[in-house]
Write a protein that binds this ligand. Structure first.
Ligand code: DGL
Length: 278
């Protein structure tokens, strides 16, 4: 039994979709969440920048917040930094790419799966690599969706504008006649209504949230790191590198009552606000 919290991070609000699944599946566990809202979106940034941010946040989670496990709740970060974090940290590190693919492979009947993510995620080829390594019997059609994350971070999840953008960006996966669409960006769960409208009812939308939570549960069970049943009710912590007031307000709307207050996450290298690479 281990009373330490589980660390979770993302570029902003998207990882809260993973937090929801973790709270629902593992209600006794305490969570510490970092949303790097001062430096979002990660999608257009160079891989080395995203790797640097991931290492900084993971080091804080393990060093300052004393977490027993790190969940990289961001496909962009997981696509480029998961192996490095696993090499460097002495706690288990869970990503979202493989769980998402597993869920998609389980849901498809035709074997044709659409994958949508940020420019960084799609350019990394992480989903194709994982599909080949695990010999999953699926054919992927991948499409980058620049702009979606910004809509979510503004709290604009089903406006006409996001609908028009989705019509354009989802055209390749619609043309590929997929029967499953993997939301390979943790922000996209908040756009589910718009995405479902555009894709049509016969296409199943799949996220990595539940499968990722199952992976965390399996590791806790295998390592004995779970929190004791009957321990005091968990108090979660939420940190934002941007404005904690905005994070608490918007995050509370997206996640629910578990997120009522947020703390400032200290960025170490002064790169907040650096302009994303185009
Ligand atoms: N939630 C992140 C992901 O899963 C969004 C990345 C971004 O900030 O662009 O990729």
């Amino acid at each position: 039994m281990d009373d330490r919290p589980i660390g979770v991070f993302d570029s902003g609000f998207g990882g809260l979709t993973i937090v929801r699944a973790l709270i629902d599946l593992l209600p006794a566990e305490r969570l510490v969440y970092v949303g790097d809202t001062a430096r979002y979106p990660y999608g257009p940034r160079r891989p080395d920048e995203v790797i640097g941010f991931s290492q900084e946040i993971a080091a804080y989670l393990v060093g300052e917040a004393d977490v027993k496990m790190v969940v990289v709740a961001c496909n962009t970060a997981a696509s480029v930094s998961l192996e490095r974090l696993r090499d460097r940290l002495d706690v288990p590190v869970v990503g979202v790419v493989e769980p998402g693919l597993r869920a998609a492979a389980a849901a498809t009947r035709s074997g044709r799966v659409g994958v949508i993510g940020t420019v960084g995620t799609i350019a990394s080829g992480a989903h194709q690599r994982a599909t080949a390594e695990r010999r999953l019997p699926v054919t992927l059609t991948c499409a980058a969706c620049p702009g979606f994350v910004e809509f979510v971070e503004r709290g604009e999840t089903d406006s006409d504008q996001v609908h028009v953008l989705a019509e354009r960006l989802l055209a390749p996966v619609r043309d590929a006649d997929v029967d499953v669409l993997l939301l390979a960006c943790t922000h996209y769960g908040y756009l589910a209504r718009t995405l479902a409208d555009v894709m049509g009812r016969e296409v199943v939308l799949v996220s990595s949230a539940e499968e990722t939570a199952f992976d965390v549960a399996a590791i806790l069970a295998a390592t004995g790191l779970g929190r004791a049943r009957g321990a005091a009710a968990p108090a979660h912590r939420f940190l934002s590198s941007g404005d904690p007031g905005w994070f608490a307000e918007m995050g509370g709307r997206l996640l629910g009552p578990e997120l009522a207050t947020a703390e400032q996450f200290p960025i170490g290298d002064g790169s907040a606000g650096a302009s994303p690479a185009r």
